[in-house]
Design a protein around this ligand. Structure first.
Ligand SMILES: *[C@@H]1O[C@H](CO)[C@@H](O)[C@H](O)[C@H]1NC(C)=O
Ligand SMILES: *[C@@H]1O[C@H](CO)[C@@H](O)[C@H](O)[C@H]1NC(C)=O
Ligand SMILES: *[C@@H]1O[C@H](CO)[C@@H](O)[C@H](O)[C@H]1NC(C)=O
Ligand SMILES: *[C@@H]1O[C@H](CO)[C@@H](O)[C@H](O)[C@H]1NC(C)=O
Ligand SMILES: *[C@@H]1O[C@H](CO)[C@@H](O)[C@H](O)[C@H]1NC(C)=O
Ligand SMILES: *[C@@H]1O[C@H](CO)[C@@H](O)[C@H](O)[C@H]1NC(C)=O
Ligand SMILES: *[C@@H]1O[C@H](CO)[C@@H](O)[C@H](O)[C@H]1NC(C)=O
Ligand SMILES: *[C@@H]1O[C@H](CO)[C@@H](O)[C@H](O)[C@H]1NC(C)=O
Ligand SMILES: *[C@@H]1O[C@H](CO)[C@@H](O)[C@H](O)[C@H]1NC(C)=O
Ligand SMILES: *[C@@H]1O[C@H](CO)[C@@H](O)[C@H](O)[C@H]1NC(C)=O
Ligand SMILES: *[C@@H]1O[C@H](CO)[C@@H](O)[C@H](O)[C@H]1NC(C)=O
Length: 867
């Protein structure tokens, strides 16, 4: 019944449109031409499921069934140069181009925009913007990420804009070698209709990364790979839309130059990578607003991307410590007991967390007064120990408490901040609350006042240090009033989302927010909550806030971090957690890590042993699991896991000054913290596929053991000198794999020659680490050189761009020079030791104790004898 009704509406619109369009000639299917289209280059003309020849040909498209079925290969595809939009006029304007395109025939989708406008802005020598709009009607444009670019300025652009033949299409070409970076010269499948926008770009290579959030390898498959982006509460699985949306890719060309493209659009998206290679974008609303980045290195591309979407926020120092959490710790006594047994074993738990167990009836901003009675005192006690406390906060609040008894609801009504339904009443759903849930609209002008008040009132009772914002896809499981029938919930083109409908596990698409209908702003729920929460918490604490958010959107890094969601406790998920982490590095969200030992299902000793080792090198390092499962804190897992955890976490804690320095550079320059090898070594194609190892910055290569107990693992080391972190053995690589022997207790780590790493002494808390002396680990390259930096501040204050200390470290032959580039108000610990690796034939390890070198003596030199 529903389906028929929709068809009727569609036919009506088509009829209406055909009257308004000048020409409407159905195209003749030219069969010989169809056979000339190589399979890999077919552009899908019938992406709906159940394509058939009749309906395909009615669209003027080719129908060829392949001899052998290939997953994803379209049977129904566009004819070469099929009719679509053509340029009617193209005008050069200051800093760009203004052009109009017009369609002569209609597309199969309702409400084509027949005249569209392309505005090209030459933003800088490396970045340009291509914005395609309806010149006659304002369409939805997402305000996130908040883009704040300088006035366009180009001197020597790396690119040029080239108009296609016959006024069809265009491309962006890299001037230096004519590589087509963004190539839409074939517009045959280009559609710009109200609820279906589609465009394909031919890619200059298949080395493409990013486009998430998805469970996948770091390098994307171009084998008819369909990626659906519509934020959704589900455990990461192959080809399923999960929590976040980041329509950004990094691509390494055959010449090792890199480029990147960001589509700024918050509507539901589908991205198809095909083997030719090419990428098709499908959006079910909004506009097409592309930013193209010319690099030319991968790091340049990532910096250029973050100039647009925003650089990540600097995390507080303490948040780089180890975090302990689980769901199903039903009372404070158990929370205390688990924490204490780990502290007793020497595990440096920095932050204790609680899941929603702490709440009364699962309601935000309440405490279960029996089971968690002493919570405020417990948190104060943690603070006295130099430890921290983080709580889970859900976005939805209870809609069914007695009037006057639950301020989060009453105050929300008063400030009118809840999401509404089509009859302008509060939209009712159900999440964890016992009866019903209502959802704050974080795009509402009063949302900040409301949320800050709620956080502040609760913080006055429980002085928590950070917020874990969960379920903000936004997740919802019940529709007591159903969803009104609408093209928003049932657009003609149905994205391939899990569950098959857009409203699956979320709100009706017709639900109303201040910024627009949920259909347009769905993917922004998490980022709008993070925006408000991050700022409110900073105001309340008077210092840097810490938040992690399950749902994310492009530009999220400026508000906080992310975790890997509901991953299973399996070896596969352990491996996938690396590309997941590295994807978020590409997205400018460096504060990331998956739940150590896995969230869903019972973990095992062997798995947890390896996961604690790898997790010690997630920038955000937290052990967490689901309710009704075995305990998986290190002590509960037994002696082996404790031994591994201690060993790996001691290395992490000794490297905190280095990690913190990497975060500062990320926040200032848009560099990565956890870094894919391809980003650091784009000239080495052997690195393009690697996602089982990764780097911290440029200096440390982390090669986790991803199976139970192999006697050795194979580790690829790019050309150069590397030193085994533990025994300082030198490995001289020509760009080859090494057979590294392993044991159960150890995660293999390698230091790269040419770099200097600042270290401190591991301790029970990060506060104690911060008080310890600094040691500089100097790993010389084959020319006896090395360099590095160290950033330092009080670890908490909001100002990270003026009040800080920055050292520059430079080693040459037998001398290390220390210079301070900036001197802040927080004293830098003394440097009391320098260890030099590779000073003679690259094999010896010299430790030099130095006299309490303090910053007042800079610039300073440390020398050691040559051997
Ligand atoms: C598929 O079959 C047709 C006719 O049977 C043949 O002409 C064509 O070469 C085959 N294509 C491939 C790729 O095998
Ligand atoms: C370009 O085409 C558009 C749409 O057809 C029209 O509104 C505009 O006036 C034209 N501009 C010029 C400079 O011809
Ligand atoms: C982010 O939150 C602030 C309030 O703290 C608000 O002024 C701003 O508009 C928000 N950004 C967006 C894009 O909504
Ligand atoms: C790029 O193409 C243009 C036009 O086809 C040609 O004049 C130029 O020499 C080419 N440049 C390079 C670097 O190949
Ligand atoms: C408080 O916690 C106890 C122990 O988990 C639980 O049995 C009880 O239902 C909780 N009470 C409320 C109101 O949430
Ligand atoms: C809107 O929500 C109210 C409850 O807040 C409900 O009574 C009403 O039926 C809903 N309207 C629609 C169209 O679902
Ligand atoms: C996990 O282990 C616990 C016992 O520690 C058991 O009660 C539970 O059923 C197990 N759950 C699963 C999903 O295997
Ligand atoms: C490096 O040498 C110093 C003394 O020269 C020694 O204390 C230290 O243990 C050595 N480190 C390693 C990893 O061998
Ligand atoms: C790696 O070394 C181990 C011994 O440590 C050996 O058993 C194994 O065969 C080697 N693997 C490879 C691929 O060379
Ligand atoms: C250092 O450790 C590696 C890997 O475990 C091992 O292969 C090598 O023999 C060790 N070197 C020394 C000098 O102990
Ligand atoms: C270095 O400073 C420590 C205290 O910070 C002091 O105990 C030690 O004597 C000093 N060493 C030298 C050589 O000055």
């Amino acid at each position: 019944m529903k389906v028929l009704k929709r068809r009727f509406i569609f036919l009506f619109i088509v009829f209406y449109m055909s009257e308004t369009l000048a020409i409407n000639i159905p195209q003749i299917v030219d069969v010989p031409q169809c056979a000339n289209v190589p399979e890999n280059e077919r552009l899908d003309c019938y992406p709906q499921t159940n394509a058939n020849q009749e309906e395909c040909e009615a669209r003027g498209c080719c129908w060829i069934e392949p001899n052998e079925s290939v997953k994803g290969l379209p049977y129904c595809f566009y004819q070469p140069k099929a009719e679509s939009y053509k340029f009617t006029n193209v005008t050069e304007i200051p800093d760009g181009i203004n052009a109009f395109l017009e369609r002569s025939s209609k597309s199969p989708y309702p409400s084509d925009v027949s005249v569209i406008q392309l505005i090209v802005t030459y933003q800088s020598d490396t970045t340009l913007r291509l914005k395609i709009i309806d010149p006659n009607r304002q369409r939805f444009e997402t305000p996130f990420p908040e883009v704040n670019l300088p006035t366009p300025k180009t001197e020597n652009p790396l690119y040029k804009f080239v108009l296609g033949d016959d006024k069809q299409g265009f491309k962006i070409v890299r001037r230096s070698d004519n590589t087509s970076v963004f190539d839409v010269s074939d517009l045959s499948n280009f559609i710009y209709s109200n609820q279906f926008l589609q465009i394909t770009t031919k890619l200059p290579s298949s080395n493409i990364y990013g486009l998430g959030e998805q469970r996948k390898h770091l390098k994307l498959s171009t084998d008819w790979n369909r990626i659906t982006l519509f934020n959704h509460d589900t455990a990461p699985q192959d080809h399923v839309n999960i929590y976040g949306t980041h329509p950004f890719y990094l691509l390494v060309e055959d010449t090792s130059n890199a480029n990147g493209v960001f589509l700024k659009n918050s509507n539901g998206l589908e991205l198809i990578l095909q083997p030719s290679p090419a990428l098709t974008y499908r959006a079910i609303g909004g506009i097409l607003d592309f930013y193209v980045f010319l690099g030319p290195t991968p790091s340049d591309v990532l910096k250029q991307y973050q100039e647009v979407v925003g650089k990540p926020k600097m995390p507080p120092f303490w948040s780089l410590g180890f975090h302990l959490c689980r769901w199903g710790i039903n009372d404070l006594e158990t929370t205390k007991k688990v924490l204490q047994r780990n502290l007793d074993a020497g595990i440096p738990v920095e932050v204790q967390w609680n899941d929603l167990d702490y709440m009364d009836k699962h309601n935000d901003f309440t405490i279960n007064k029996t089971a968690f009675a002493g919570l405020p005192e417990f948190v104060q006690d943690l603070h006295r120990q130099g430890r921290r406390y983080v709580i889970l906060i859900d976005p939805g609040v209870s809609g069914s408490e007695e009037l006057g008894s639950y301020p989060p609801y009453d105050r929300g009504v008063e400030l009118d901040v809840f999401v509404k339904n089509t009859t302008d009443q509060i939209f009712i759903g159900k999440v964890w609350n016992l009866v019903s849930t209502v959802f704050p609209d974080f795009t509402h002008p009063n949302a900040y006042t409301y949320w800050k008040e709620m956080l502040k009132q609760f913080h006055d009772v429980v002085p928590f240090d950070g917020a874990w914002i969960d379920m903000n896809e936004v997740s919802n499981s019940e529709f007591p009033y159903g969803c009104p029938d609408s093209d928003l919930d049932h657009p003609m083109y149905q994205l391939h989302t899990e569950g098959g409908t857009l409203q699956e596990k979320t709100l009706c698409m017709t639900a109303k927010q201040h910024l627009g209908v949920h259909y347009d702003v769905h993917n922004l729920y998490g980022i709008s909550e993070a925006n408000i929460t991050s700022r409110a918490l900073s105001e309340i604490l008077g210092e840097r806030s810490f938040i992690i958010s399950r749902s994310t959107f492009a530009g999220q890094g400026r508000y906080g971090g992310h975790w890997g969601g509901d991953v299973y406790s399996t070896w596969d998920e352990l491996r996938y957690s690396i590309p997941h982490l590295l994807d978020f590095s590409l997205f400018g969200v460096p504060l990331m890590g998956s739940d150590i030992c896995g969230f869903n299902d019972n973990t095992t000793e062997e798995l947890c042993n390896r996961w604690m080792q790898l997790g010690a090198f997630y920038p955000f390092s937290r052990n967490h699991n689901s309710e009704k499962l075995r305990d998986q804190d290190p002590v509960a897992m037994g002696e082996q896991v404790v031994r591994s955890s201690l060993k790996a976490l001691r290395v992490r804690y000794s490297l905190l000054p280095y990690l913190y320095t990497l975060f500062w550079y990320a926040s200032q320059e848009g560099t990565t913290v956890a870094r894919p090898l391809v980003v650091e070594f784009p000239n080495d194609p052997n690195t393009y596929d690697i996602d089982t190892t990764f780097l911290w910055g440029s200096a440390l290569l982390i090669a986790p053991v991803l199976e139970d107990n192999p006697s050795s693992i194979s580790v690829y080391l790019p050309k150069g000198r590397w030193y085994n972190f533990y025994n300082r053995t030198l490995l001289e690589s020509v760009g080859e794999s090494f057979n590294i022997s392993t044991d159960r207790d150890t995660i293999p780590l390698f230091l790269r020659g040419g770099l200097i790493v600042p270290m401190q002494s591991p301790a029970a808390t990060t506060e104690e680490v911060r008080k310890s002396d600094i040691k500089l680990l100097v790993a010389l390259d084959e020319n006896g050189k090395a360099k590095g930096n160290m950033y330092w501040d009080d670890g908490l204050s909001l100002d990270v761009s003026s009040d800080y200390t920055l050292l520059e470290l430079n080693a040459l032959q037998n001398t290390l020079e220390l210079t301070s580039l900036n001197k802040g108000s927080t004293g830098l610990p003394k440097i009391t030791s320098v260890e030099i690796l590779g000073s003679s034939n690259g094999v010896n390890n010299k430790s030099i104790l130095i006299d309490n070198l303090s910053i007042d003596s800079y610039p300073a030199k440390v020398t050691w004898p040559m051997t």
